[in-house]
Design a protein around this ligand. Structure first.
Ligand code: ASP
Length: 337
């Protein structure tokens, strides 16, 4: 029996990944169609949800690119605006879910939810999690309570908000977590239950305003880093995200290099830690967060380096100026007062 009211319509867009992988000798590769994924889910037909399977890409998620995501955002945007869908589900590799979900979230303004899911164990393995994840993703996308929540990530019965979710384990079924907030909710007896809702200002950019293909580098700072590898980078990139130590620190030797880069391109200061905010006004030594922000670096706040890179990409691709970039990071980073 349907338990979500009038028949709801959800499109499942297959992009590849382990959830769609087959093969043994030579390693598994994405191969299954979206139709095959949907057909393999026990109990999906009994939900009463009208599911349409769409083959969009069939790639390992490491090989998805910006054009794939802008095309997908445009397609879902067109169909939600036309009132054809109550929600959309994307199946893809888990390696980049924390990034693709966030990029889609930046583009997605319609109230219908987009739910991204995948699998940590492929269909040929005992305990494959793809069918359960796809079932819960469809139910989440179809449920009225998730309207207005932007892009969600659903795996292992947990519902995460795209700006906060991270892949925190290479192989575990519990790999996805939202370290700063916890999940928004859970699937309880197959029903999505939100315990909290997204807080703060949504930051969005118009996908049809994407003009260029900016290059945004991501540099993780390591112990004893002297910055030599970053020299001359401003000639090759349009922006840089620094995954700094702790609350936003770099070795003193890196300061002149970052200072010079920030004069030429936007440089965002994030933390490599994986949870917690970058600070703004605590430490005062050369290479501290205060020093770097005074030199014009832009604070990422609660945005992790991978998501900060995507926000900077989206802003540069839509022609945002320095003031708009700074304001967007304050909102997305959770420190706009
Ligand atoms: N191991 C990955 C996955 O979970 C492969 C990929 O991201 O495509 O699907």
């Amino acid at each position: 029996m349907p338990n979500e009211g009038p028949r709801r319509r959800v499109a499942v867009y297959g992009l590849g990944g382990t959830i769609a992988a087959t093969g043994e000798t030579g390693g598994v590769v994405p191969a299954l169609s979206a139709d095959q994924l949907v057909a393999a889910v026990p109990g999906l037909a009994e939900t009463g949800i009208g599911v349409e399977a769409v083959d969009f890409r069939c790639l390992p998620s490491a090989s998805l690119g910006f054009a794939d995501l802008t095309d997908l955002a445009a397609e879902i945007g067109r169909r939600t605006a036309a009132g054809e869908l109550d929600g959309a589900v994307i199946t893809q590799g888990t390696d980049t879910i924390e990034e693709t979900a966030y990029l889609l979230d930046l583009f997605h303004t319609a109230p219908q939810p987009i739910v991204v899911t995948g699998a940590m164990r492929g269909p040929t393995l005992a305990g494959a999690d793809g069918p359960a994840n796809l079932l819960t993703a469809v139910r989440t996308a179809a449920h009225p309570s998730t309207r207005g929540q932007g892009v969600l990530v659903v795996l292992a019965d947990r519902i995460h908000a795209a700006p906060r979710v991270r892949k925190t384990h290479t192989t575990g079924l519990w790999a996805f977590d939202s370290p700063d907030t916890g999940p928004l909710g859970h699937l309880v007896e197959g029903v999505p239950r939100l315990l909290t809702r997204r807080a703060g200002e949504r930051v969005t950019v118009a996908p049809d305003a994407v003009r260029g293909r900016p290059r945004v580098a991501l540099a993780t700072v390591g112990f004893g880093d002297d910055g030599v590898l970053l020299e001359g980078l401003a000639d090759r990139v349009d922006g840089l995200v620094v995954a700094a130590l702790g609350v936003g620190h770099v070795p003193e030797a890196l300061v002149p290099v970052l200072d010079a880069l920030a004069d030429r391109v936007p440089v965002v200061l994030a933390s490599r830690i994986g949870a917690g905010p970058g600070l703004a006004a605590t430490y005062g030594f050369p290479g501290s967060e205060r020093d770097l922000l005074a030199r014009g670096l832009i604070r990422a706040g609660f945005l992790d380096p991978c998501k900060a890179r995507l926000l900077l990409w989206a802003l540069l691709a839509t022609g945002a100026d320095r003031a708009a970039i700074t304001a967007a990071f304050a909102a997305a980073g959770g420190y706009a007062d």
